[in-house]
Design a binder for this molecule. Sequence first.
Ligand code: T1G
Ligand code: NAD
Length: 704
Amino acid sequence: MSNSVVNYQLQDQLGIIRIDNPPVNALSHAVRAGLMDALEQANADTSQALLILCQGRTFIAGADITEFGKPPQAPHLPDVISAIENFPKPVIAALHGNALGGGLEVALAAHYRCAVSATKLGLPEVKLGLLPGAGGTQRLPRVVGVEAALDMMTGGAPISAQRALELGLVDIVVKDDLENSAIEYCQQLIADAAPPRPSGALQAVAPDSPGFYDAYRKRIARKSRGQIAPGFIIELVELATRTDIDEGQAQERERFLECRNSPQASAMQYVFFAERAAGKLPDIPADTPVLPVNSIAIIGAGTMGGGIAMCFANAGIPVTLVETQQEFLDRGMGIIESNYATSVKRGRFTQAQADGFLANFSGTTDYADIAEADMVIEAVFENMDVKKEVFAKLDAVCKADCVLATNTSYLDVDEIAAATSRPQQVIGAHFFSPANVMKLLEVVRAKKTAPAVVQTFMKTAKKIGKIAVAVGVCNGFVGNRMLKGYARQAQLLLLEGASPEQVDGAMEAWGMAMGPIAVGDLAGLDIGYRSRRDQGIESCSVKEFTLPDTLVEKERLGQKTGAGYYRYDAQTRQRQPDPEVASLIEDIAARWQVERREIEAEEIVERLVLALINEGAAILQEGIAARPSDIDIVYLNGYGFPIWRGGPMFYADTLGMDTVVEKLKQLQQTTGDAYWEPDSLLLELAEKGQTLNSLNSSPNKDTK
Ligand code: T1G
Ligand code: NAD
């Protein structure tokens, strides 16, 4: 009695359940039903023990997320879990790949667990706005202890098989031939007459330090700000230490359903699929051949060049740094070495790992030394003439199929490509600072960039752990272009009466990682100042630039000079409001005859988020982004937009197109600012009663 995805077979004294539901053996309805059938069969036959394992690249990677939002079908997962835990014969789970979510809960319901060494084990539900809903919050603390369980469930990051062995989550780490090693282990258990060993019967030991849970809530407060699931997980783990498994699971189910029905969960599940969609280019087939990238050169070992180089070295790809002078090379390498030392101190890498990464580095001031590089990424000064000169040199020395990329933030990639005889090999690769930390990468497709070059960069991005989004050429691409309107509103709100701390406070309370004013101080006000001068904009000639221009001319560049919009405490680096800036703002407002008034947080949030939405719509209309979810992935991974709001375009749909258009029109009327004219795409969608999300299923094929 098997079905298309679950097979049961009796082999000597061992019943073997094989699950085969590609791509990740998710616990779909068919898998759940198949498991119940197989348990029934094994219960009735002569098997002495029961082995559960999966075909393909991974053990069960969780409940089937594509079934969320659809009417749930029996058997439900908690029923399958109880059937496994209460099975009268020992049940063994054999793990490989990613045993995640409901998959780990199935393994926890089993009485014994073995795993191959590369297995990852985790309960990442919190990343989907959920919590483990099939006993994970009750069984995991019983098996690994309260603190380790909390770390795994509130953070969502998987642990290694070795760590799982140390914690007692797996009983044995077996050789890589999973099936045979697992069968051998089962036969040993049968020979030893090992009994069923329900983890639900174990006792979860309460931590003895008073105030443990409050301290734990404080510890995760910053990274889980605004999310409901992490708090519920702490509550349920605490409950596990003082109730039996049935009572605990009942409470868990209630909290799980509360999360599942929350807007946060639908936003975060949208993000799960949006991240995966971003890697699929509507006009370039997935099987387009990619160019080899086994060596790379980085031109410019400054702030960005150094971080970008670390990404490749960490992925095991030899990196050559190119600078104009040896002293700049030494300076750049010095910063890289100290970054690794910091990572070792913080336990992110072992010393051996850091040494291994550093061994991938070499440096030169002679371009001829990079003639054989497979890929080159330029990260020199943000100046068109300098970049053109560099690309002309690369065109002269690099081999024909070398991929030539520029890390420019704003400049025209088509113009840079035209400085070479091979524009089809030129592409934009916009990393975010710090490049060795930030996950986002805007892959900028110039008009002549060859599909194979685009595909090569998308694949390379995944290899170095980045989330790549393909975008077209325009000033500031997707992220920085939308940021301009957002930052402009922030400046206008300051002149109209809101203080820097009010603007940042409102956005951070709404969920942004950092408010726009503080972000300016973090990035450095001189970058914007130089870019405006390069564009020929005279200082203090534009209302919304007058304050940052004035601050720069007062050498208040932001955090790096200890003062910008805020003053920064030398020890704590904490930002403090500065009365000097407050009076400066009043003067500038008077100079521009801006009437000042009380401004509520709600207005601040509304204007800044609507600015993102309206510009995002224009970007879609122009085909600079292929789908709204790509824009969301840019803002979630590059600009600190709260994941539980799904991104600016997803958020626009939660407001509704009618509301968005109405609010934009109201602002246009009250401010007289043409900037607020609703983008034609929003008008069209509102008229047709459609959502931005409806465009995600038919992405724009002409992203250039
Ligand atoms: N359900 C449905 N589809 C899934 C899926 C899932 N759980 N996981 C992956 N996919 C699809 C994915 O969309 C993609 O499809 C393909 O598989 C390959 O994925 C009760 C309720 C396992 C580490 O959160 O983290 O259990 O794009 O491109 O980089 O407590 O996928 O090819 O059409 O990501 O090798 C908890 C989610 C669920 C794990 C593999 N589980 N998955 O990464 O491949 S909630 C998770 C992942 C739960 C219970 C609760 C990763 C991966 P397509 P991929 P990958
Ligand atoms: P930086 O000033 O820190 O570093 C630039 C480096 O390039 C310097 O070390 C300089 O010596 C070197 N250089 C200049 N001309 C060179 C040449 N002809 N050959 C070799 N090396 C040369 O600048 P940065 O902040 O790292 O910015 C680099 C690029 O990255 C710019 O285009 C910038 O717009 C972009 N960018 C910056 C950030 C950021 O936050 N800093 C973020 C994304 C993109």
